[in-house]
Design a binder for this molecule. Structure first.
Ligand SMILES: Cc1ncc(COP(=O)(O)O)c(C=O)c1O
Length: 451
């Protein structure tokens, strides 16, 4: 269905000739390639985008893993519109507004037992910085100020700020930016294609990769380590699913040594794996959890850190008139974001979306695994409504095969995401079976054409 595009939008889009595109330095984008052949989106609704020419594009990646309830949901749109007219901004330091408390309460009610304190930020990257600072400050406040070391994981993605890229493990996001934070180390990643290629759901092998944390404890001593941060499912590196038992073993090692466990649930949060949070899907509760994206259905920037009561309570000492945690953002708990967040959670609840990925997981898995045997497909990984299809790189031109597939699919009206030579699918939780079939059939064609 091609819907008419607002003529003003068309005009604006047509005005974007090459000189009009000069000023915008685009993030995580091949700028020169893009500006030679721009891909401009003009409108969105449900599972679809429309480009500036009115061409319909099926969104197989929830925008950027964030529009979990689908695009332009009426309840969310209305809430943002009404909020802008009612209370546009409220200072977040020493002041509050009712919807901030309401949203915090709603998020805490979805969380694993005991994770009941919510600190608002504006993005996943800010949530990560916040959680890392909380972890270090927590240990200091309880008298163990030597625990300052942060442990990440190879291939991890935790946003783009200095803390996040320091604990992160994606080489291209780190190598250009100097020495990063001091006192950071990494456990090994969990990717093991020799044993786990084409696993459906959680791989069988690799629980012992968690023992790498014991190696780092042996090297640095637990008394220097504040926290370990991992994504329950590593998304941006190309969808790595945790081996069975792995997250529980990490939890056990952290408990043994008094180390805080942080789950970065920026992608896995809000229904991606079949439960509100990955922690629930995998049955492992961290001490801190970072959130963003799906908290507002991607409509208004917002992030959050969920903390266990015991962490929060350590800060609540000293004279009551003093600030307990010297951290926060001008736009923490912005009224527009809170309104969008509450309407988003209402939409998830009304439509049962936070568990729908679990209902569709079998169908989705069968569809994506039908790509096994297609040319250059060397691995397929899936859980809930997320999948990674890994392709053999073109010799001498890594990433090109997947990028060509991305461009080809966009031409044909499907939006996917690629990282390295991996195609990632993470459709909105409203996706229908027929749309899953369409996405996979189109991807199959593109993989064949790229052979
Ligand atoms: C696991 C994880 N953490 C953090 C981030 C950063 O979020 P943002 O881009 O909102 O800063 C992302 C973004 O994809 C992510 O996947």
């Amino acid at each position: 269905m091609n819907k008419a595009i607002d003529p003003a939008l068309m005009q604006a889009a047509e005005a974007t000739g090459s000189t009009a595109m000069d000023a915008y330095w685009m993030p995580f984008t091949a700028n020169r390639q893009f500006k030679k052949a721009p891909r401009l989106l003009a409108r969105s609704e449900g599972m679809y985008y429309w480009d500036e020419h009115g061409r319909q594009i099926l969104d197989a990646v929830s925008g950027l893993w964030c529009v979990n309830a689908g695009h332009a949901r009426p309840r969310i749109v209305k809430a943002i519109q009404e909020q802008a007219a009612e209370l546009d901004f409220a200072p977040s330091f020493q002041m509050g507004h009712p919807k901030a408390f309401e949203l915090a309460d709603r998020v805490a009610k979805l969380a694993p037992q005991g994770m009941n304190k919510v600190f608002f930020t504006n993005s996943g990257s800010e949530s990560v910085e916040t959680a890392l600072k909380m972890a270090i400050a927590y240990h200091r406040a309880r008298g163990e100020g030597s625990r300052t070391r942060l442990i990440g994981r190879e291939r991890g993605y935790h946003g783009v700020n200095f803390g996040g890229i320091s604990v992160g493990g994606i080489v291209s996001n780190r190598k250009m930016f100097g020495t990063l934070l001091n006192g950071v180390d990494h456990i090994r990643h969990t990717h093991d294609p020799a044993r786990n290629a084409f696993s459906v759901g959680q791989p069988e092998h690799g629980v012992e990769f968690a023992d790498d944390l014991e190696r780092l404890v042996g090297l640095h001593d637990a008394s220097t380590i504040a926290a370990v941060i991992v994504e329950p499912v590593a998304g941006s590196t190309g969808v790595l699913i945790p081996p069975k038992g792995y997250l529980q073993r990490l939890r056990d090692i952290c408990d043994k040594h008094g180390i805080l466990l942080i789950f970065d649930e920026v992608i896995t949060g809000f229904g991606r794996t079949g439960n509100p949070f990955g922690a629930q899907t995998f049955g492992v509760t961290p001490d801190l959890m970072t959130l963003a994206k799906g908290i507002t259905n991607g409509c208004v920037p917002m992030g959050a850190v969920l903390a266990k009561q015991k962490i929060h309570d350590v800060f609540m000492s000293g004279p009551e008139h003093l600030i307990e945690f010297f951290h926060g953002y001008t736009y923490s708990a912005h009224p527009l974001a809170c309104a969008a967040g509450i309407a988003t959670l209402d939409t998830y609840a009304e439509e049962g979306l936070l568990t729908r990925a679990g209902e569709l997981e079998g169908y989705f898995a069968q569809a994506v695994h039908s790509l096994k045997g297609e040319p250059n497909v060397i691995d397929i990984r899936n859980i809930g409504l997320v999948a990674g299809i890994e392709l053999a790189p073109i010799a001498g031109s890594p990433t090109k095969r997947a990028f060509d597939i991305f461009l080809d699919l966009y031409e044909k009206g499907i939006l996917v995401r690629t990282t390295g030579d991996i195609v990632a699918l993470s459709p909105s939780l409203i996706v229908e079976r027929a749309q899953i079939d369409q996405i996979v059939d189109m991807l199959r064609g593109a993989i064949r054409r790229a052979a």
